[in-house]
Design a protein around this ligand. Structure first.
Ligand code: MN
Ligand code: MN
Length: 294
């Protein structure tokens, strides 16, 4: 049993190591004029070349977009003087590393970027077996407010489980009433989002990211084939641009109409405030925690 646990934890560690290598390389590529699609593909192909699999599509969210933006098929968008969040997921055999970094191409969001980074670091410092998620949320909120920003209240950290990139518990970025106690060897992602806006995100626009909730029968040949492709992701989020192109719009709409899919529309700051994000995955330990994605 003990050995099995170590085996599982080592898969989390390997996923984290791959993630950290890829994240190091991608920061160099995020520049004014470079292509979002090329950056996303660099991340996703880099993960595969190193022996992992993407746990979800590379999220590239700019400015007031907080999360769930990823390039579409043949996306022509390039970076301007944006505030860019790159959120990366890697899995080995279903065991996930999840980490994000903010790159400031505008040159004037230094304070906002440090607010989420400092909040993440302060949270990591206090995590150990027996801590309540209330205390984590409190330290995140306090650190951000000391930096002059507020947390985005409806985006949270979360647990990670095999083939589940958003498992319980929810780890709020604000002081909250109902907490959960973290235990040794729990694997959780801590991800503070900072803003000077309303401190809340809303869904906007079409989704480029989906996940399978439960397969339902379809008759259209292309939809059947598509569903078989989608099943390979084992419930983890995937991008529309990863799917086979054959009558894709019709096939995807057909599968979607059966209610089999969850959609992830882009999440934007309610008052169009700029948003920064910092995220790491940690394994909770007796007297501290081990960051797998550093
Ligand atoms: Mn993430
Ligand atoms: Mn996450």
């Amino acid at each position: 049993m003990e050995e099995e646990l170590e085996l599982v934890l080592n898969k989390y560690r390997s996923a984290g190591r791959i993630l950290s290598e890829v994240r190091g390389g991608v920061i160099e590529l995020v520049k004014e004029g470079s292509s979002l699609l090329e950056v996303a593909e660099f991340v996703e192909n880099g993960i595969r070349e190193k022996g992992g699999e993407p746990a979800f599509p590379c999220n590239i969210s700019r400015n007031d977009e907080a999360a769930h933006a990823t390039p579409s098929i043949d996306d022509k968008a390039v970076f301007g003087n944006d505030l860019v969040k790159i959120d990366i997921g890697v899995h080995i055999d279903g065991y996930i590393g999840d980490s994000a970094v903010t790159v400031d191409l505008s040159g004037n969001s230094e304070g906002l970027v440090s607010a989420s980074e400092a909040a993440l670091n302060e949270a990591i410092k206090i995590i150990h077996d027996g801590i309540s998620t209330i205390e984590i949320g409190e330290v995140i909120e306090n650190t951000m407010r000391e930096h002059g920003y507020k947390p985005v209240v409806n985006l949270t950290g979360h647990g990670l489980m095999r083939y589940n990139s958003h498992a319980p518990p929810t780890i709020p970025n604000v002081k909250y009433e109902h907490g959960v106690i973290l235990k040794e060897n729990d694997v959780v992602a801590i991800e503070p989002f900072a803003t000077a806006g309303a401190g809340k995100v809303v869904e906007s626009g079409n989704a480029e990211i989906y996940s399978l909730i439960k397969a339902k029968p379809v008759r259209l040949r292309e939809a059947k084939k598509l569903l078989e492709e989608i099943k390979k992701y084992q419930g983890l989020p995937f991008a529309k641009r990863w799917l086979p192109r054959e009558r894709l719009d019709l096939a995807l709409r057909t599968v979607k109409n059966t209610g089999a899919l969850r959609e992830y529309p882009v999440l934007r700051e309610e008052e169009k405030g700029l948003v920064s994000q910092a995220e790491h995955t940690v394994i909770v330990k007796k007297d501290g925690c081990e960051v797998t994605t550093r």
